[in-house]
Write a protein that binds this ligand. Structure first.
Ligand SMILES: Cc1ncc(COP(=O)(O)O)c(C=O)c1O
Length: 469
């Protein structure tokens, strides 16, 4: 993003360019500095932007000139229709949760926390140090930088009760984000055409990854307390599935957190059926009133394959996640990871490790907990006030979002559209359902920018809902 002043210069010069002839010379940098009352650096930044957009060209020592407009010839990609064949079901739209939106809207849709919730100073310092380290110019091992492997293993091991062997660093495979690890794991442990049990609703990205890999998703009803154990047992028995993808803590989207009894029951079923539980611990660092004790910490028999991402809590630019798997599963997953991406940038791994091993990281997490609590309660209060018809069945004890149910008659697609037209971006719950949605839901994220605007966001949602009455 540009800062405000360079965006202003770009906009002004674009108008000037539109009225100028091709080849016309732009005012000198000095003249622009005077005209816009901006610093030379900002003017240069604006000129670089216009150059990268193809609007001007700079001839060193001579000046900057308007580029001749090339008339765009429409390309004919029709031949690709025959080459690609019919569109498979798997080619889905990018989830709304990943849409980038302008700064002036109220964004309640995103899955990644706003930068003011990130340890920005730690991240910048870590990148500076990483840039000066060997990591900037070397290839890291396929399974990950050993120190980072050791950190992921130690974090999980610290939660292991007495009598359960903690994982070893060599059980860890580092991935470029946990999304990548989902595809690889589904491919390695399930395979095309075979069943994978999933909670319903569940993370849309896991459904997308499963679709891409071609595994058969089998939905198991899940609610504020987690999956229904009877339905899970039936699904294991009826399908012969050998894997269950689940989020035992602060599930996206429901916010559910499994009780210790349910965790034991699921582990027991996994053992009984010789199956894996693929535990996505995406919100490990987003506990508000509860900490996460991973299911994987209770298992040393290789049944739980554990995923922990640092991309949300450290920075979305640090796409690093650790996967812990024991036994041959780990070898299969590593082989898949190598085939897909060979290795993860050592720069990113080194920066990630630097951040999470600073004493200030713990301080940051403590502050984050308070900020998330305040934001969650602010959004909850705003919904109660402005959208009384909406129900939050479960106030999450961690995570980043509320799962909000609307009256069954609600047309969620229209609600999303109307809200967006009024400057409030929300995500329809439909994307989180592997089958038909069982209700009208929105997933509202309370970790986005500008929490001060939550009441206004809720007011708009209430107003647009009222229009459907
Ligand atoms: C439950 C869950 N798992 C995995 C991911 C992917 O995270 P990453 O950024 O590590 O790829 C997300 C991102 O929204 C998520 O919500």
């Amino acid at each position: 993003m540009y800062d405000d002043s360079s965006a202003r210069i770009v906009a002004g010069l674009r108008e000037w360019i539109a009225a100028a002839a091709p080849g016309a010379r732009l005012p000198s940098s000095r003249a622009l500095v005077a005209q816009y009352g901006a610093s030379p650096v900002t003017v240069q930044k604006a000129l670089r932007t216009l150059t990268s957009q193809g609007a001007v060209e700079t001839r060193p020592g001579v000046g900057t000139f308007v580029r001749a407009v090339r008339v765009a010839r429409p390309n004919d990609y029709g031949w690709q229709t025959a080459a690609l064949g019919p569109r498979p079901k798997a080619v889905q739209q990018l989830s709304r949760a990943l849409h980038s939106v302008p700064n002036d809207v109220i964004a309640l849709h995103s899955g990644y926390p706003d930068r003011e919730l990130l340890p920005e100073r730690l991240v910048r310092a870590a990148f500076n140090r990483a840039a000066r380290s060997e990591a900037a110019v070397t290839r890291s091992p396929a399974a990950g930088v050993p120190e980072l492997q050791a950190w992921f293993a130690a974090e999980l091991g610290a939660a292991s009760p007495v009598g359960i062997a903690p994982p070893a660093p060599s059980d860890v495979v580092v991935f470029p984000g946990s999304q990548a690890s989902l595809s690889t794991t589904f491919r390695a442990l399930v395979g095309a055409g075979r069943p994978l049990l999933v909670e319903s609703p569940t993370y849309w990205g896991a459904l997308l990854a499963a679709d891409q890999v071609g595994v058969q998703v089998v939905p198991v009803p899940s609610g504020p307390q987690g999956p229904d154990p009877d339905a899970l047992a039936r699904a294991f028995a009826q399908t012969g599935a050998r894997a269950f993808y689940a989020q035992p803590h602060f599930a996206n989207p429901t916010g559910a957190r499994w009780s210790p009894e349910l965790s034991d029951e699921v582990l027991r079923m996994a053992r009984e059926h010789g199956a894996y539980v693929i535990e996505d611990d995406w919100a490990h660092d987003f506990g508000i009133t509860q900490d996460v004790v991973p299911l994987a910490a209770r298992d040393d028999g290789g049944h739980v394959v554990y995923l922990r991402s640092l991309a949300k809590c450290v920075s979305p630019a640090v796409r690093v996640a650790g996967l812990v798997a024991r036994g041959p599963a780990r070898e299969r997953i590593l082989a898949g990871a190598q085939a897909e991406s060979m290795y993860v940038s050592g720069m990113l791994q080194t920066a990630a490790l630097d951040v999470v091993t600073q004493p200030a990281w713990r301080t940051h997490l403590r502050g984050l907990r308070q900020q998330l609590a305040a934001r969650r309660d602010l959004l909850l209060g705003a919904l109660r006030e402005h959208v009384p018809a909406a129900r939050v069945e479960h106030v999450p004890q961690g995570g980043l979002n509320l799962w909000v149910r609307f009256p069954d008659t609600t047309d969620t697609a229209r609600l999303v559209q109307d809200c967006e037209a009024a400057g409030v971006v929300v995500a329809a719950g439909d994307e989180w359902f592997p089958a038909e949605p069982t209700g009208a839901y929105l997933r509202l994220n309370y970790s986005g920018p500008n929490p001060g605007a939550f009441p206004e966001g809720a007011r708009v949602i209430g107003e647009m809902l009222a229009r459907q009455a």
